[in-house]
Design a protein around this ligand. Sequence first.
Ligand SMILES: Nc1ncnc2c1ncn2[C@@H]1O[C@H](COP(=O)(O)OP(=O)(O)OP(=O)(O)O)[C@@H](O)[C@H]1O
Ligand SMILES: [Mg+2]
Length: 433
Amino acid sequence: MGKKREMKILMIGNLSGHMSSAVKIAHERGADVSSVDSVDAGLEIIRSRGVADVGMVDVQCDIAGLVDHLKRERIHMPVVACGIEGTSSRQASQAIRAGALEYVPLPPNAELIAAVLELVSGREEDIICKDGRMVAVVEMARRVADKRASVLITGGSGTGKEVLARYIHKHSDRSGRPFVAVNCAAIPETLLESELFGHEKGAFSGAVAMRIGRFESAHRGTLLLDEISEMEPRLQAKLLRVIQEQEVDRLGGSKPIPVDVRILATSNQDLSAAVREKRFREDLYYRLNVVAIEIPLLRDRPLDVEVLARYFVESCSKENGLREKEISVGAMEKLQGHSWPGNVRELENTIHRSVLLGMGDEIGAEDVTFSRMASESDGEGEDGWVGKSVKEAEKDLILQTVGHLGDQAQASKILGISLRVLRKKLEEYSLES
Ligand SMILES: Nc1ncnc2c1ncn2[C@@H]1O[C@H](COP(=O)(O)OP(=O)(O)OP(=O)(O)O)[C@@H](O)[C@H]1O
Ligand SMILES: [Mg+2]
């Protein structure tokens, strides 16, 4: 159950045997891997075939140069450095300083590769639901899947907007073609423009070569514009033109390129309110909102809490090679009674914690703990958090999680921070004491 979406990995470097076992592991995890032996060849592939979700690069390569190129050419691709064991730690830290997100020693450890993939990958494709309200949403998605119409998916954070978008693509007649997702909130405006529309050589000072945009990579497939409400007005205008004309102008290009792309968009705020407040173009809104699907909050579909909880226990146990435990009646009551400000994502994290940290034969109520979310009102003096600074609370949280799990990769996943950040913090704490 729960097939991961295909992720595109670009491996750069001459790591011969070592790299090939990394390729094999990534492949087994369902990734689509291309490998090239130089930074230049890597850039060539990105420009012509579209960007990968992650670049895994030999530390011997010029990582600083690559990162610099990506920046100047306005290409958004996280870089993970890889080095053969025994490589000096100086090289590893240099790679991080040069802008790599993580460092992975080779020969690759399956766990580490999995953690890296997790870090940059999208999640499950299946939609688990039982509650009538959510069943109706999925039925609606199914009905509109193979229409060409744009769909605007709204819902609170973590309700499953991206999951639903992937579902629509999977059930459309475009499923054999690419599904390309762009997070409009995560990418700065100038980068986003290049990212979406591509650019010609010489379009700006760093544009040393032509590069295709996400619209072109999504040709005949589906383009997900995630968190569309965050897009700047200037880009909104440009996007509208592309959707109307069905052709893109690369930055600095002289002739438009026809594209056939189905557009899905998500927003976790009410986009019609943004239109009223003149933050979002009305004409674009109507283009995107041909079909509107609103995903209910998790607290408004109580029957889903139970099936999702069981599903996450199963998948998390499987992923970590653990025996699958039952959820006790008390634990289930506790889950049912929670308000889930972070919706399904929060439930998923809660279950992961209880599976990985719980000691008993079954998951008991005491194993179910809720992390405080920014959206929740301030704590009411529970658990001795009041009176602590955020920094102190963070330290407690990190040390306790690592202590419980004894595994930094796993802990970083649960804490929602990168392995690199986790290690840095642990280093700081050990210096303090
Ligand atoms: N019905 C579901 N079945 C299985 N997994 C789900 C379901 N809904 C959400 N998830 C899981 O919950 C997490 C959050 O889902 P997703 O990323 O689609 O939410 P989102 O609405 O896009 O969140 P955000 O607003 O933060 O972008 C993901 O890990 C996803 O796999
Ligand atoms: Mg999302």
